[in-house]
Ligand binder design. Structure first.
Ligand code: ADP
Length: 543
């Protein structure tokens, strides 16, 4: 083998922040703080403070690979921890603060976190769990020293500002194996205990490069990016890393995630690009509609985490001139797998044909290999019709969960996603369901996503979830659970009639159940397990 003669440098996260400081030193990072005000500084400041974090971690005597947890909103201090913790060789463990405190304690113990840094909004959680987390040696509140209340009951509690203040803004980032762990994220664990994906520096940097590509998230130094997706939800889909890689302005919403606050931040900061799950955008669009508002700078938004209803893609495009990039991924995939953008040959297609493509979850990103298989593991054709279990592999996809939980997850080197999908001849993947949500009616499968998308297109519907209910003859039949828009009128019969002609007759739900709210999980997704529990006593009128 003749070896190439190029330099070999490990791909490390510390390089991202140093690059951003050097080449985009004055690009802004703007954060709405828990304190309520707006904080702004630059990548140069971010780099200095990240180096101080690294120094402060050395000061605590933390070894390489030790876990430092965060319970924090999107903001500049959280970002400093992203670079300071991982850059210095420790592992950033972002915990979802919306989980139950017992779950948070369980996760912190499983990860063996040594330090926990938290926003003051989460002080009550920390007060509830600190006695149950024997590995945690340091509790750090992300605030100024004077904002720290007396008598919190948390031993040794320090303020972040006080902790980093004395540290030098110079720091020699260590150089180590790029396969070393950099951060970790627990899956929401809708069934069983949560399991953690442990990312490496290499996987993170490769993902950051890929995410920035024009046909992926299309990020550049001309963008002002608003990640509404939390930094505790798969590293805000990798945006903090990709933003540093391209030098874009970053705008963080902090704890204010309602439609009004998000809209005001987008307008005030000239946001060109935003990212979040569909439920967040629902609140934003409802606010804008109610007040007759327009966007002046927003151009694109990446929507994923659950299926983006076509009605939302259309509303963004037709009413506001904003392009929606529908994306699919998961915690185990860092998270990006596919993004939906058109190909050159599609540009001449009529609008409605283009929209049919845009609804799909999209094409695989270079680095992600995917296939669909039947129950016996036989590969299925890419005909856009045949659906099967979706498997993936690639350099930013999980090989094994932290501590080997759940055994070997791979099947012949492929990771089974738990999603059911079709892939068309052009390589566009479309999720029909989560395998556990598929409705099996009379031996045929009904896609709950299809049923939900149609309901969501009805103007009186705010949110819709389709679940299967036991049926003596058909095994299961779909029902659609609906939250009406405030003030809107809608009857069961009207909605059922709305389905006619849109899907096959046997796929039309047997019933409509109106509820005040659909339970949402910790990452803003509809919790169908909870919904099924809520409707445990429900009986089909057709049964
Ligand atoms: P969890 O699985 O713990 O809820 P993830 O964020 O990792 O958390 O969720 C990944 C899952 O979310 C995917 O396997 C898929 O079922 C669903 N998902 C993500 N993006 C989309 C999308 N664009 N359309 C449909 N489902 C999606």
């Amino acid at each position: 083998m003749l070896m190439g003669l190029m330099q070999s440098q490990p791909l490390l996260i510390s390089a991202l922040i140093e690059f951003a400081a050097r080449h985009h030193g004055d690009a802004e990072i703007v954060s709405r703080r828990v304190e309520g005000d707006i904080h702004r500084y630059t990548y140069r400041d971010l780099a200095s403070r990240s180096r101080q974090v690294a120094g402060a971690l050395d000061g605590l005597g933390l070894a390489m690979g030790d876990r430092v947890a965060t319970l924090a909103w999107n903001g500049y201090r959280h970002l400093e921890l992203y670079f300071g913790v991982s850059g210095s060789g420790r592992v950033l463990h972002t915990i979802n603060p919306r989980l139950h405190p017992d779950q948070i304690a369980w996760i912190a113990n499983h990860a063996e976190d040594q330090v926990v840094c938290f926003d003051m909004s989460f002080l009550p959680i920390i007060q509830a769990i600190h006695g149950k987390c024997p590995t945690v040696r340091h509790w750090i509140a992300l605030c100024e020293a004077h904002a720290l209340p007396a008598n919190t009951g948390i031993p040794g509690l320090r303020s972040y500002e006080d902790w980093v203040a004395g540290q030098s803004t110079d720091y020699d980032w260590p150089v180590f194996d790029e396969n070393a762990a950099s951060s970790m994220c627990y899956t929401s664990g809708t069934t069983g205990n949560p399991k953690a994906a442990l990312y490496s520096h290499r996987s993170t940097i490769l993902h950051a490069y890929a995410a920035a590509l024009p046909d992926v998230m299309c990020l550049s130094a001309r963008d002002a990016i608003l990640p509404v997706v939390p930094m505790f939800h798969v590293n805000a889909w990798g945006i903090p890393y990709s933003a540093a890689l391209v030098g874009s302005k970053l705008v963080f919403p902090g704890p204010a995630l309602d439609g009004k606050s998000i809209y005001e931040l987008i307008e005030a900061e000239g946001v060109t690009y935003a990212a979040g799950v569909p439920t967040v955008w629902q609140m934003l669009l409802a606010h804008m509609k109610a007040h007759g508002l327009r966007f002046s700078t927003l151009k694109r938004t990446v929507i994923g985490g659950s299926a983006c209803p076509p009605a939302m893609i259309e509303a963004f495009k037709n009413d506001y001139g904003v392009e929606v990039l529908h994306a699919w991924g998961m915690t185990e995939m860092s998270p990006l797998g596919t993004v939906c953008t058109l190909k050159n040959k599609h540009l001449g297609l009529p609008e409605d044909e283009q929209m049919k493509i845009r609804m799909k979850q999209g094409r695989a990103i270079f680095g992600v290999d995917m296939k669909i298989v039947d129950a016996e593991g036989r590969e299925l054709p890419w005909d856009g019709k045949t659906s099967g279990n979706l498997l993936v592999k690639g350099p930013w996809i999980i090989r094994e969960y932290f501590k080997g939980e759940g055994g070997d997850p791979l099947v012949d080197g492929w990771f089974p996603t738990g999603d059911v999908a079709t892939i068309d001849p052009d390589g566009y993947m479309q999720i029909t369901d989560r395998s556990k949500d598929v409705i099996k009616s009379g031996g045929e499968w009904i896609s709950s996503i299809d049923v939900e998308n149609i309901a969501m297109a009805h103007p009186a519907v705010q949110m819709a979830a389709c679940i299967g209910v036991k049926h003596p003859k058909w095994d299961e039949r779909p029902i659609v659970v609906v939250v009406k828009r405030p003030g809107a009128e809608l009857s069961r019969e009207e909605l059922l009639a709305f389905y006619e002609g849109k899907i096959a007759k046997w796929q039309i739900p047997d019933d409509v159940v109106f509820v005040d709210a659909i339970p949402l999980g910790a990452t803003g997704k509809m919790l169908k397990t909870k919904l099924r529990e809520m409707l445990a006593d429900y009986r089909l009128p057709t049964a």
